[in-house]
Write a protein that binds this ligand. Structure first.
Ligand code: SF4
Length: 281
């Protein structure tokens, strides 16, 4: 079968850095913990677990040793609790995520009510929420009732949101009541490039595969955008999850991958697709 791969897909610099930091720490020390999955990809997390990285979700579960802060970051109160326990902290937070955290704190100090457009339960958003006293999370227009009337609003965005959604929410906020609105663009260019290149590709193929963790916000966003253009879009974590009956009668497949999907998962998927003999239904 003919396979086309998105021009821009797979690991971004933030994820690459987090994995490289984890590998270096694991090579030098025992007792290494990750506070939450180091990235949102189970294959990578399992590989690092085989090298000794233990993933925990509660501070109290870490008895001693070194703890890695994952690429999505952690709230200052969580970092303080880790420090209080005497743990050695290695920060692998993506610098763009750090920037959002920093901006949230600054906006609040300047008297703005901090608003973040993003997914309330995503770890990046939760960490940003922890960087100011009272952050309002807006997932979409349905959440706008959470905003106070006539306030000074300071708006940021989860790094991996798609710009259209951010624009829609921004427009809706603009039609509401506020005394001042300050908007800082915190979208990640890496994520946007992957979105643009995936949408271009899925127009040209019979079937589209988006590879990446089911928890990965940027991968889910890619799958949502592709599904709007090509109904035959499938979000899978790896080749093992593919039901090959969906390939029947298809001639050209497109492949893209989220920013936390390693090259070996993409390569294996593409090789297997290329070797697949597509038959008419
Ligand atoms: S997608 Fe962007 S913000 Fe997220 S880890 Fe990668 S570089 Fe950082």
């Amino acid at each position: 079968m003919k396979v086309l791969v998105a021009e821009k897909c797979g690991f971004c610099h933030g994820v690459r850095n987090a994995i490289s930091v984890a590998e270096k720490v694991l090579a030098a020390q025992d007792d290494v913990y990750s506070f939450g999955p180091i990235i949102h990809n189970k294959d990578v997390v399992e590989r690092l677990a085989r090298e000794g990285l233990r993933t925990v979700s509660v501070v109290e579960e870490i008895p001693s040793g070194t703890v890695l802060i994952r690429s999505h970051g952690a709230a200052p109160s969580q970092v303080a609790r880790l420090t209080e326990r005497g743990l050695h902290i290695v920060d692998a937070t993506c610098i763009l995520v750090k920037r959002v955290q920093h901006i949230a704190g600054e906006l609040e100090r300047d008297g703005y009510k901090v608003v973040i457009v993003g997914e309330e339960n995503h770890p990046e958003v939760q960490a940003v929420v922890g960087c100011a006293q009272d952050v309002i999370v807006i997932a979409d227009e349905a959440d706008l009732h959470r905003l106070p009337q006539n306030a000074k609003l300071g708006l940021v965005c989860q790094t991996t949101q798609d710009p259209e959604r951010f624009g829609r929410v921004l427009g809706a906020i603009g039609r509401g009541s506020f005394s001042e609105l300050k908007v800082i663009n915190t979208l990640c260019r890496e994520a946007i490039k992957r979105q643009e290149s995936a949408v271009q590709l899925c127009r040209r193929v019979d079937i589209m595969f988006v590879l990446g963790g089911l928890e990965s916000a940027n991968t889910r966003r890619l799958a949502e955008l592709c599904a709007k253009v090509n109904e035959q879009t499938f979000h899978l974590q790896n080749w093992g999850e593919l039901d090959t009956s969906v390939l029947s009668g298809r001639e050209t497949a497109g492949v893209t991958a989220g920013a936390s999907t390693p090259d070996w998962i993409i390569g294996e998927f593409v090789r297997n697709l290329e070797a697949f003999e597509s038959r008419a239904p």
